[in-house]
Structures are given as structure tokens and as C-alpha cells.
Design a protein around this ligand. Structure first.
Ligand SMILES: Nc1ncnc2c1ncn2[C@@H]1O[C@H](COP(=O)(O)OP(=O)(O)O)[C@@H](O)[C@H]1O
Ligand SMILES: [Mg+2]
Length: 160
């Protein structure tokens, strides 16, 4: 699925639609350079799930935890690990379980901890970063992410 977003609102609307079809046990990888919109997407996603606390990037803590009505939501930003290396044995895989939902920024730095099944969201600036335009590509690996992506496509298609 590919979406061209021209505003924060459009990116967060997509995140809201994803929140509406998400299921516990889903791990979402948010890929893209600094400023691409990974945290902005997460903010829209969390807000749609009723999170009132401000959602900030957990750069120093690695993980922030939020309780939704139905499941724990984990927001990981492991950018820091890329600089330091040695992300093994941090026990981060506990956040990727059947009962919760995790969003991960810079997941390439914890490759070994990631589950097989993931929903991958690639965000990229267009126009050399001079505008608010973003290209957002979403693909699924595994059964549950595939179902969620199909539900998202249907929902996004009918709400726009
Ligand atoms: N279409 C858009 N989608 C997402 N963010 C956008 C968009 N246009 C402008 N922005 C801005 O780009 C920045 C994205 O920052 P952030 O979400 O923290 O990126 P990341 O977490 O990928 O480093 C924010 O300042 C946001 O307001
Ligand atoms: Mg971020």
C-alpha cells in the first residue's frame, strides 16, 4: 500500500486508520530517516487508541509504555543503539508478544530481537526534504500483519 502524504494530518489520519484495525500481537516497524515522520505517525496512532499522555520519542529510555483500553502499547526508538552497537541481550524481544502492540523506530539496530511477522511502514521525504510531502509504503510479512494490511487498505480506501 502506498500513500502520498502532504501534511502531518494526512500521515496521522493513516495512523488512525491503522489503529482502528490493529490487533494485539502486532509489531510495526517504522523505517525512514530522521524527520521522515516515524514519531509523528506514532503520535497519531496512540491518540487514536485513546492515549492522552504526550507521545515523545523514547530516545534515552529506548521504550515508552502506554496502556490502551485493550492492550499495552510499546513505542521503541533504538536509534541510540546504532551508534553504540551491541544491542544483543537487552531483552527487547519481550515487547514483541501476543498480547501487546509495538511500534519500533530504527529497528535495523535490533534485527535479532524482531519477530518474523511484522508490518513494515517505510516513510520517505520527497523533494529533497523541502516540502511536507512524504511517501509512505506499507507492506506485511506474515499472516496477521497481512490481514491487518488488507483491513487497512479497505478502511483507508473507503474513508478517503
Ligand atoms: N506529511 C508529513 N508527515 C509527517 N511529518 C511531517 C509531514 N510534513 C511535515 N512533517 C514534520 O516532519 C517532522 C517529522 O518528525 P518526526 O515524526 O519526529 O520524524 P522521525 O521520528 O521520523 O525522526 C515533524 O516536525 C513533522 O511536523
Ligand atoms: Mg522519531
Amino acid at each position: 500500500m502506498k500513500v502520498i502524504s502532504n501534511s502531518v494530518e494526512t500521515t496521522q489520519k493513516l495512523a488512525e486508520d491503522l489503529a482502528a484495525v490493529i490487533l494485539p500481537g502486532t509489531t510495526i516497524l517504522l523505517n525512514g530517516e530522521l524527520g521522515a515522520g516515524k514519531t509523528t505517525f506514532t503520535q497519531g496512532f496512540a491518540r487514536a487508541l485513546g492515549i492522552k499522555r504526550p507521545v515523545k520519542s523514547p530516545t534515552f529510555t529506548l521504550v515508552r509504555e502506554y496502556q490502551t483500553d485493550q492492550f499495552m502499547l510499546y513505542h521503541l526508538d533504538v536509534y541510540r543503539l546504532g551508534e553504540e552497537g551491541g544491542a544483543e541481550d537487552l531483552g527487547l524481544s519481550e515487547y514483541f508478544n501476543a498480547d501487546s502492540v509495538a511500534l519500533v523506530e530504527w529497528s535495523q539496530f535490533i534485527q535479532a530481537d524482531l519477530p518474523q511477522a511484522v508490518l513494515v511502514i517505510d516513510l520517505a521525504r520527497l523533494d529533497q526534504g523541502e516540502t511536507d510531502q512524504r511517501e509512505i509504503n506499507i507492506h506485511a510479512v506474515g499472516a496477521q500483519p497481512t490481514k491487518i494490511l488488507m483491513d487497512l487498505e479497505q478502511r483507508y480506501g473507503t474513508s478517503n
